[in-house]
Write a protein that binds this ligand. Sequence first.
Ligand code: ARG
Ligand code: ZN
Length: 865
Amino acid sequence: QPIYLKDYQVPAYLIEHTDLRFELAEEETLVRATLQVRRNPACTRTKAALELHGHESVELCRLSIDGEILSERDFSRDDELLCIPAVPSRFTLECVTRIHPQSNTALEGLYKSDGMFCTQCEAEGFRRITFYPDRPDVMSVFRTTVVAERARYPVLLSNGNPVESGDEDDGRHFVTWEDPFPKPAYLFALVAGDLAVLEDSYTTASGRSVKLQIFADSKDLDKLDHAMLSLKRAMQWDEQVYGREYDLDIYMIVAVDFFNMGAMENKGLNIFNTSCVLASPRTTTDAAFQRVEGVVAHEYFHNWSGNRVTCRDWFQLSLKEGFTVFRDSEFSADMNSRTVKRIEDVALLRTAQFAEDAGPMAHPVRPESFIEISNFYTLTVYEKGCEVVRMLHTLLGAELFRKGTDLYFERHDGQAVTTDDFVQAMADVSGRDLTQFKRWYSQAGTPRVEVSDSWDESTGQYRLTFRQSCPATPGQDKKLPFHMPIAYGLISASGDELDAGVLELTDSEQSFTFDGLAERPVPSLLRSFSAPVKLSYPYTDAQLMHLLRHDSDGFNRWDAGQRMTVGLMQSLMVDYRASRELAVPESLIDTWRGLLLDESLDPAMVAHLLRLPSEAYLAELADEIDVEAIHEVREFMVTTLARALQDEWSEAYRRCSDDQAYTADAAACARRSLKNLSLGYLLATGEEVWLALAEEQFNTADNMTDQQAALALVVHSGFRHAGERLLAEFQAQWQHEALVMNQWFSIQASDPWPGALERVQQLQEHPLFDARNPNKLRSVVAAFCAQNAVGFHSADGSGYAYLADWIIQLNKQNPQIASRLLTPLTRWRRYPEAAQGLMRGQLQRVLESGDLSRDVYEVVSKSLA
Ligand code: ARG
Ligand code: ZN
């Protein structure tokens, strides 16, 4: 039952106006929808029925056309569609439905989160509310009246501006909202609850004043300042960098605790997972502060890239998501350290997106087909989609790129369009032929680029040769060459940059020559990760050391260090499997010592340079993943570097500890990151003095970054008793802060120490664990299955069975979450045979458990195919 991009047809009917009335009550909700419908002049099919989507859980109470009630004979209904074969070319459709938000555990459509009503309609949640053409190319103006008991639900919100409010009978009240901008149903939102609000305002570049409101539970009112500041910065940045102003009089954000994803860009009324909006120094780590800044900006930027210009169909999801991720990542780069942001983004892409490309769910940035669209809110659509937009920016340059986005917004304002339309705007402003470039949207998989070079001493000619290829992915055996920008530099022995620029690779094999060089250079390739590929060049350690010291591209300095440690760790894994003794070369220790002592370097950079590649990244790079070898080699490296550089770690720790009160600026965050990295290495020496230091930090920290780092490091160290003690203290201190306790859960679930599964099962019995809350499931189940490789891949297969049990339980309760949690099992082909069999067996058990949701069915069946 897949849906194909090639089958796209324009809608036969358009909705000019949508009037909604919600009567929210404790048992059930009644929805009256009044739609002004007209035949789509662009539709050439002559006898097209009116097709309305409607989920099977929606009870139809009344349906009428121009006041005439329809009987069962006038329409047909199955579990997805309601079809009315004969309708006029212009008419009013009225539809009354009854729904049950109280028992909606899927968290799609209208549901209850902790006593408050809220919605999540992207991608196809609106059809759980009423019958409607629930597709993004049907855009309508909405007017929404919300009615509810005043005492329980004093705040009633929807999209746009409030235009009317007042009392109804029985202690109920109502508010009517009007959104003048036509939008698809997936951008509809409604909130009703007893909420506190932080208010502010923003004056746009053209002088309009916008009211800003962030709503949350009253106990969290003190955690909204950072989100508000981030919002105002994002509004200003979008004016300066893209010339985009906000368009309504109010911008609202609501924080909810039960949410499947991060946040949602509903027009004028964003709904956020609390984890992406609440922040305060005492309860929130530096990383979480940055996430809040990024997500607030992301949802704000969607107002133009997503809402004013939206997607024609869901195959175009990356049109709004890839572009908006690019916008938010550039915003974060401008607000913080550009190089650090790039390192973090690339690390995520290389670890998780590359793994997705290598797995059974691999798909192009613009997928060709899907069974359930929720399964395509992926790293490929978001993060790789962002890289594709970034490549356009690199190929065109900042100025032409901006001309391109101006044209795109102007040309398509108020429309639902395609990724082709986006690229066309870039082609039109630049005069460039981007036909080949568009393969990035249609071909899946991570391209490989192999580079070799030659040097002619007599002529001073240096030559770089590139060979590109791309492995087969499901449904795509053969790939055509990509058009990719390769940013590069050539570096002399003394560290000078002899040349730099961007090469454009278009053929499967291509050479570039550089004339008039006085010496053979060291090539710095794929600077700033200018294309999402795996690039290899036979670097010697001496060359990497040279780049680490001299490259003017900060990203490539870091990458040179990564290439060095990855290479070493891969050879140590071979030694480990052959039971040979492991050793870290003195030269590496010396390099690290130099970096650690160099006070002129940005401490955040030093922390990134000296953090070993993650187990997940090493796993992605392996042909066959040996979980134990990866873990043991990494532990060996940590311990060796910890002991060899104990004095230097201690010195770095001291240097980065300041006695001043906490601030959240970039410099202070940078110091904390190196300080806590150092603390981790110090604890890894196993010396009691460092445990005392960690405990002191835990006890005296005035911020969550330092307190949580100390907790996680001690818990994950060999000091088991101390770990238990700190966990108990932390719980006593923070049991009333849900987001802090999520971290407490996740630190334990990701602890690789033997007995992990039993500990995780115990955590599930904890009174604060709630299997209906996605954040809790992520902190326990996902933290164990996706971040605790040693525990999850236990040889007896108990980890796999544990996950399968959860999937079977969640399949009905919350299909989106079930299908997301499933990811680690889908990667079975990458593991040794014994593990493969056990993993596959559990997937088979899920498949046979019966009555699978589309979400879970698609992932399981594709994984077993
Ligand atoms: N459009 C949202 C964002 O990226 C994601 C919401 C998707 N939600 C879902 N249930 N599929 O900001
Ligand atoms: Zn988004």
